[in-house]
Design a protein around this ligand. Structure first.
Ligand SMILES: Cc1cc2nc3c(=O)[nH]c(=O)nc-3n(C[C@H](O)[C@H](O)[C@H](O)COP(=O)(O)OP(=O)(O)OC[C@H]3O[C@@H](n4cnc5c(N)ncnc54)[C@H](O)[C@@H]3O)c2cc1C
Length: 386
């Protein structure tokens, strides 16, 4: 293993010890069948790792994003995948920041204990794509209820969540002063909703990510489940996205370290032409380059987490961290396959699985072009292109 100066050493050590119980064979079997890692998620929940961001007053650890990034990085470095449950850590942020006191008292202690899974986040729609202001899922007010109709796509873990943070329109885009007005956040109780106006259809993808499509057909959601004020939902969702980007970036750092650890060990061990392949600079240099790129990206992730925890405006840094980390992990993934030659393609080595998994992060939760556009216009003051 490559030595690095580590934050939260005790937390990292506990995560590593937990992850050892979920070796490659565990993930390979789930990946083959595209099934959910229930035992792994249960173990993380019982160890309270998913509640680190919830304040102590609501039963969590009340730690910052720095601790959460350490947890997710170690999960990924160990060869495991936090994608099955990372949203249990941060989706509650919308409720914590914008929910009423009664909502927080009602839900957060149960989310902290794991009794309630709040790990579905419904934003993306097939016709809107990245242009969130064009979502069309509509919540119409009827007495003490909203009646929701529409469709969402790519919603992760919807089948494994008790609650979902849902963004929908309550005023048509054309009737709003600004396109980002008129959107509202509702907390949907999936246990009541499925079969009563909500249909979940799984989507099989190149990785085991519990992806689904959601169809809303006059789903009834009580107005008591409105988060914050009607029409201001876009702002609430945006504020949670920075945390998500930083945490996903930490997963990329973990993936990158996994690939570098594996490639380094293999390059030392594998003998061809009478010597270790790692003696060849043609093999060494890509591994070293991956390490350099990953260390640089990790520095940006730490900076973004620090700004977030300090309550400072770090939106640009969160985006830059996600972009650098996802590109560094992808370079490391490609390098690791190359270093392993044919064995990089063998299921039992876990490299091909991790290679597929880490590719996601240049597309979701936000694609690289959109990050570049943000940096160009927000950090550099270049003209907007859309
Ligand atoms: C496995 C998986 C899990 C996901 N989980 C969730 C989830 O839980 N909840 C949720 O709400 N969403 C989820 N998503 C959706 C994800 O956030 C989107 O796929 C992502 O933001 C990209 O949006 P899109 O797929 O609509 O691409 P599009 O917006 O259609 O864009 C397609 C491509 O065109 C580029 N592009 C578009 N417009 C421009 C432009 N103006 N300039 C330059 N380039 C542009 C984009 O960068 C992208 O590369 C998930 C997606 C995947 C694949």
């Amino acid at each position: 293993m490559i030595e690095t100066q580590e934050s939260y050493p005790e937390i990292r050590d506990s995560v590593r010890r937990l992850c050892i119980q979920f070796p490659g064979e565990y993930w390979q079997a789930l990946d083959r069948e595209r099934t959910y890692p229930s035992a792994f998620v249960r173990a993380l929940t019982e160890a309270k790792f998913l509640s680190v961001l919830i304040p102590e007053a609501f039963g969590g650890f009340g730690l910052g994003l720095g601790a959460a990034t350490a947890i997710l990085e170690e999960i990924h470095r160990s060869g495991c995948n936090g994608g099955a449950c990372h949203a249990q850590m941060y989706t509650m942020g919308t409720l914590l920041k914008h929910g009423s006191e009664a909502q927080k008292q009602h839900y957060l202690p149960k989310v902290a204990s794991g009794e309630l899974r709040l790990q579905a986040f419904g934003v993306t729609e097939p016709d809107a794509g990245t242009d969130t202001t064009r979502i069309r899922t509509f919540a119409r007010r009827s007495g003490d209820n909203y009646i929701v109709s529409g469709q969402k796509i790519w919603i992760s873990r919807a089948e494994h969540s008790d609650l979902m943070v849902l963004l929908c329109r309550t005023t048509p885009r054309a009737a709003c002063a600004k396109p980002s007005d008129g959107m509202t956040v509702l907390l949907v109780d999936m246990r009541d909703a499925v079969g009563n106006g909500l249909t979940i259809r799984p989507i099989r993808t190149m990785l085991n990510h519990a992806s689904t499509e959601l169809f809303f057909d006059d789903l009834v959601v009580p107005t008591a489940n409105l988060i914050g004020e009607e029409g201001k939902g876009f702002r609430y969702i945006l504020s949670g996205m920075n945390a998500e980007r930083i945490l996903i970036a930490a997963e990329c750092i973990g993936d990158g370290r996994f690939f570098i650890d594996r490639a380094t060990a293999y390059a030392k061990d594998r003998n061809v032409f009478g010597r270790a392949i790692g003696e060849n600079q043609g093999v060494q240099f890509p591994i070293a380059r991956a390490h350099v790129q990953l260390c640089a990206a990790a520095g940006m992730v730490d900076r973004a987490a620090h700004l977030f925890d300090a309550g400072l405006d770090g939106g640009t840094e969160a985006n830059m961290a996600k972009m650098l980390a996802s590109e560094a992990s992808w370079y490391a993934a490609d390098m690791c396959v190359q270093t392993h030659g044919g064995f990089g393609f063998a299921e039992e080595y876990d490299i091909e699985r991790k290679f597929r998994e880490t590719r996601l992060y240049q597309v979701a939760p936000i694609s690289t072009n959109l990050i570049l556009s943000h940096v160009a216009t927000h950090a550099l003051g270049l003209p907007k292109s859309f």
